[in-house]
Design a protein around this ligand. Structure first.
Ligand code: 5GP
Length: 188
């Protein structure tokens, strides 16, 4: 794939500006801090897409938290479609037994990845397990997921930026934008 040096040239529309994202992260951080006050909270984020969201959200939370990172890959799908077959590439570093756990996700699309993760983490006996996602794309949901903290609901478009990639690129954009379909339909 040939990429232009200006990453923003491949963006057809800015869906969420840096300012909108930061305001929402602060709001979520305040709600989470209130809801979990006095409790032992562990944030579990899923690499790599959730990295910027996790970094910003944890600093918007004002109660003590521990953090842990997992990495999963879905396989059998394509670069823009997930398959629901999930493999754990990096597991938790610490036990979550008896702890209140909040999964910090970048985006929920079909829900298949998170459905797998929730079952997996429930098996580790946390005191509670809740879900926070920056982006919710409900149009293509296959598995019902109860989202406790939702940043933005977005339409059924393939988005990039603020951690989200296409072919490992665009993660470093500070906004969330729609990738020009030509980029993935005409990879040369
Ligand atoms: P799900 O299993 O819910 O269908 O998808 C979860 C994963 O698919 C996300 O964590 C993300 O890696 C990827 N994904 C789903 N929709 C998008 C999208 O619009 N843009 C990007 N870059 N990744 C997406």
């Amino acid at each position: 794939m040939t990429r232009r040096p200006d990453l923003t040239a491949d963006v057809s529309e800015i869906l969420l500006s840096e300012e909108q994202i930061q305001a929402k992260v602060l709001e979520l951080g305040r709600r989470i801090s209130d809801d979990f006050a006095g409790r032992e909270l562990t944030l579990v984020s899923v690499l790599k897409g959730s990295l910027p969201f996790m970094a910003d959200l944890m600093r918007a939370i004002t109660i003590p938290v521990q953090i842990d990172l997992m990495e999963v890959s879905s396989y059998g799908g394509t670069a823009t479609e997930s398959s629901g077959l999930v493999r754990i590439l990096k597991d938790l570093s610490s036990s979550i037994d008896g702890r209140h756990v909040l999964i910090v996700e970048d985006i929920i699309d079909t829900g298949l990845t998170l459905n797998y993760l929730v079952r997996y983490l429930r098996g580790k006996n946390p005191a509670s397990l809740k879900i926070c996602t920056l982006l919710d794309k409900p149009a293509r949901r296959i598995v019902e997921i109860a989202i406790d903290y939702r940043g933005f609901q977005i339409p059924d478009q393939f988005v990039i930026g603020y951690g989200l990639d296409y072919g490992e690129a665009y993660r470093n954009l500070r906004f969330v934008g729609v990738l020009r379909p030509e980029v993935y339909t005409d990879p040369d």
